[in-house]
Design a protein. Structure first.
Length: 85
């Protein structure tokens, strides 16, 4: 993980973008009197988003299992669908 001030990033943006994409480096951009930002590769970003969605999905499954275990489930009959082929 690299921490670099805004002026340095501005003067060397390509170098730090290459660090993020080629070396899988996380670059923290520090900004005086402003909120800091992070530069990561698109691949890393997609992995983070996928992990967050997976976590939400697993939490939903856990809630469903908890509901079934506590007797709050409902039984339904399956609907048969005819194949038109």
């Amino acid at each position: 993980m690299l921490a670099v001030n805004y002026s340095t990033i501005r003067n060397n943006l390509k170098t730090y973008c290459d660090e993020a994409t080629d070396n899988n480096e996380t670059v923290i951009v520090t900004r005086k009197n402003e909120k800091n930002v992070v530069i990561i590769s698109l691949e890393q970003y997609n992995q983070i988003i996928k992990a967050a969605k997976n976590s939400e999905y697993l939490a939903m499954i856990d809630r469903g299992i908890e509901q079934l275990s506590s007797g709050r489930g409902q039984q339904h009959e399956l609907i048969e669908v005819e194949d038109n082929e």
